[in-house]
Design a protein around this ligand. Structure first.
Ligand SMILES: Nc1ncnc2c1ncn2[C@@H]1O[C@H](COP(=O)(O)OP(=O)(O)O)[C@@H](O)[C@H]1O
Ligand SMILES: [Mg+2]
Length: 323
């Protein structure tokens, strides 16, 4: 048994390269979506994973869920490679919640069928027991039991995401991979769904990997935060440290973009140069240097190693202050 705070999942030097077609007669070129990701997911905690669109977050989520395979490296679940687990066993212990509850819920199924599906897949043949579990989940989601025979199209975005959450949790998994679970929802509904996810975490003793493109979303819910840029982790720390003393210029820029400017002090100014990151054409040296406010001459030549102080790490030539 993994103790709380110890890694329940270990991501070890994971790479994923797609071969992308260049069009007729032009062959394929490699796109390095993940370039050596090493990360622990601590049991019973919320690990936030943040980075702009295209940095590789969903690719990593798919690999953790066993829906895609890494090109290199490995994923361990309770210290065993995930390939060693049977598909069914593994599927019941790690569950996804995706961004778009409309496309992830089959429109032809009722709420009852949608939520009980994972139980059926895992061999629960007792329909009365399944019904009890579905009703308990609806109750936990704060939904009236009469929605049990409704279809997804009859529900709002927030209600549909609650159904997706109920379906993810009905098998009582250990780990939930949340890939931008609130990004498609109205702002007013986002906070409700976040609060619900946090309440459920206590109820079910869950471990979350919480993926978002928005550092502001993960701020209040994460115990640890990892920041990703072009297929690498550029900074990782406990949430308090990351928000108080960010080390990487990219983290600083993301942070500046979510701070509410104080009229007396003026807005924080950490510019993020508007160069679109492109995984097909990685810059030389530190891949962040074309956008970096603090870049020096060596940054366009030499890719920085990781520097580590305690459990804070960053990938920048400037390194870390000692805490
Ligand atoms: N199936 C695929 N084939 C080719 N390229 C892909 C595929 N899926 C993702 N990519 C590319 O991999 C990179 C990472 O994508 P993704 O993991 O979806 O990022 P994120 O979830 O952070 O937005 C992007 O450059 C994207 O275009
Ligand atoms: Mg994504």
């Amino acid at each position: 048994m993994t103790r709380p705070g110890d890694p329940i999942m270990k991501i070890r030097d994971v790479t994923r390269t797609y071969q992308v077609s260049q069009g007729l007669f032009r062959g394929r070129r490699p796109l390095q979506a993940l370039r050596g990701i090493t990360l622990d997911i601590p049991k019973g905690r919320v690990l936030g994973l943040v980075g702009e669109s295209g940095c590789g977050k969903s690719t990593l989520a798919q690999i953790l869920l066993g829906l895609d395979r890494p090109t290199g490296g490995e994923i361990l679940f309770e210290d065993r490679p995930i390939a060693d687990y049977g598909r069914k066993v593994f599927g019941s212990r790690i569950q996804p919640i995706f961004q778009d509850p409309y496309s992830s819920l089959n429109p032809r199924k009722t709420v009852r069928q949608l939520i009980e599906m994972p139980l059926v897949v895992h061999g629960n043949r007792d329909s009365a027991d399944r019904e009890r579990r579905v009703r308990r989940m609806l109750d936990l989601m704060g939904m009236p039991s009469r929605v049990i025979d409704a279809y997804p199209a009859q529900m709002s975005g927030g209600q549909r995401q609650r159904i997706a959450i109920a379906r993810a949790l009905v098998t009582e998994p250990d780990v939930v991979i949340c890939d931008e679970p609130t990004s498609a929802l109205d702002v007013s509904v986002q906070a409700q769904v976040l609060n619900l996810l946090m309440d459920l975490r206590a109820e079910f003793d869950l471990t979350y990997l919480f993926i978002s493109h928005d550092l502001g979303v993960v701020e209040h819910i994460s115990d640890r935060v990892a920041v990703m840029y072009l297929g690498q982790i550029v900074e990782e720390a406990d949430a308090e440290t990351l928000f108080r003393a960010p080390a990487h210029p990219y983290t600083k820029a993301l942070l500046a973009s979510i701070l509410v400017p104080d009229p007396h002090r003026g807005p924080p100014s950490v510019p993020l140069k508007a160069v679109q990151p492109d995984a097909m054409n990685l810059p030389s040296g530190c891949v962040f240097h074309p956008r970096c406010a603090e870049a020096v001459a060596t940054c366009s030549v030499t890719a920085p190693d990781e520097s580590v102080v305690g459990d804070h790490r960053t990938r920048c030539v400037v390194g870390l202050p000692s805490h």
